[in-house]
Design a protein around this ligand. Structure first.
Ligand code: HEC
Ligand code: HEC
Length: 302
């Protein structure tokens, strides 16, 4: 909050609070001229206001009601002294919602740490046959991974399917765990400049021939040379890819970025840079182990 708005809030708060208390005290009783006379006659005094013959008595607020107003006002003063709310004044208790959230998280961590700790050093092959562990894994997956990989882990455009047997970086328990822990960055350079639009066209036909797809044989033959020169180093001579680089297998008909001619050409012409964020900063190794086991099992049970 800027200083101006801070002062604005402080002044407004003071006016409302002070004004309410003043109003309460100032109108406790109205000065009435006939109060004495009325008292002598044994009648309740009136404010002198009369509407269609109905007179307004000058009765004070019931004391419980008056006291409640006063307690509320005192409570308000104490509250804004202790907690934030009075402009930029942070309150004497130093309370913040973020601090409270962190305390809650700490408490939860302490409470559940022993539950998770059990899985920290357990081999992934063993975790997958523990139904409780798989339930925890699924919950962790939904909270941390499903935004990108889908709640069923089947991925979508640019986000790999984790529930099949096709892996960019390898499907062993260790490889999956490494993907999650350290993250992955796919580097497919843009080739449009180096091989030109004709080259993109030709090598696309060759890439299609690798998966036995319909293709232009003449172009594919020219494309094979382009492929040998520019692509084989990463995607392997036979097109089956390289898990050390995350270079996808181009022979299996599974496409991370779509298999239509337009999309494949776009991949080749402009390059692709998928990014899997590293989880080691956010998640402890026991949770990562559970997630790796969950993903590992996902790809086995289809
Ligand atoms: C911000 C989106 C995003 C989130 C969140 C995310 N991922 Fe990923 N993940 C990706 C992308 C993109 C790739 C592919 C990287 C590439 O193209 O090289 C990937 C790759 C992977 C791979 C390697 C797949 C393969 O074929 O080798 C695994 C395993 C994986 N993610 C698991 C997870 C798990 C488990 C979580 C939750 C802790 C998670 N991811 C959260 C985007 C995400
Ligand atoms: C430096 C290594 C490297 C070279 C060289 C390379 N690629 Fe790639 N390629 C990759 C990587 C890594 C990916 C995956 C990118 C990602 O995960 O975001 C990829 C992705 C692709 C895709 C998308 C695959 C899909 O499933 O959607 C196609 C098509 C492709 N490359 C074709 C080629 C062709 C054709 C050439 C040669 C002109 C080539 N690549 C050269 C590393 C390389």
């Amino acid at each position: 909050m800027s200083t101006f708005w801070s002062i604005w809030v402080i002044v407004m708060t003071l006016i409302v609070l002070g004004g309410s208390v003043w109003l309460l005290l100032a109108t406790r009783r109205i000065e009435v001229t006939d109060a004495k006379q009325a008292a002598e006659k044994g009648q309740p005094s009136t404010t002198g206001h009369s509407y269609d013959g109905i007179e307004e008595y000058d009765n004070p607020l019931p004391s419980w009601w008056f006291n409640m107003f006063m307690i509320t006002a005192i409570f308000a003063v104490i509250y804004i002294l202790l907690y934030p709310g009075f402009g930029n004044f942070k309150g004497f208790l130093g309370w913040t919602s973020a601090g409270e959230w962190e305390r809650d998280v700490d408490r939860a961590e302490q409470r559940y740490a022993p539950v998770y700790a059990k899985y920290r050093d357990m081999p992934i092959e063993e975790i997958i046959s523990d139904p409780d562990a798989m339930k925890m894994g699924q919950r962790l997956f939904n909270n941390n991974c499903s935004v990108c990989h889908g709640s069923d882990g089947r991925g979508s455009y640019g986000f790999p399917n984790l529930a099949d047997a096709d892996w960019l970086y390898g499907g062993t328990a260790e490889a999956i765990k490494a993907s999650i822990t350290h993250g992955r960055t796919g580097v497919m350079p843009a080739w449009g400049g180096a091989i030109g639009e004709d080259g993109v066209d030709q090598v696309t036909e060759y890439v299609f021939s690798l998966s036995g797809r319909q293709h232009d044989a003449a172009k594919a033959q020219q494309g094979q040379q382009v492929y040998g020169t520019f692509c084989a180093s990463c995607h392997a001579v036979d097109g089956t890819g390289n898990t050390a680089l995350g270079a996808p297998n181009l022979t299996d008909g599974i496409w991370l970025y779509g298999g239509s001619p337009t999309l494949v050409k776009h991949s080749i012409r402009a390059g692709r840079n998928g990014n899997m964020p590293a989880q080691q900063g956010q998640l402890k190794s026991d949770k990562i182990n559970l997630l790796a086991a969950y993903v590992y099992r996902l790809s086995k049970v289809q």
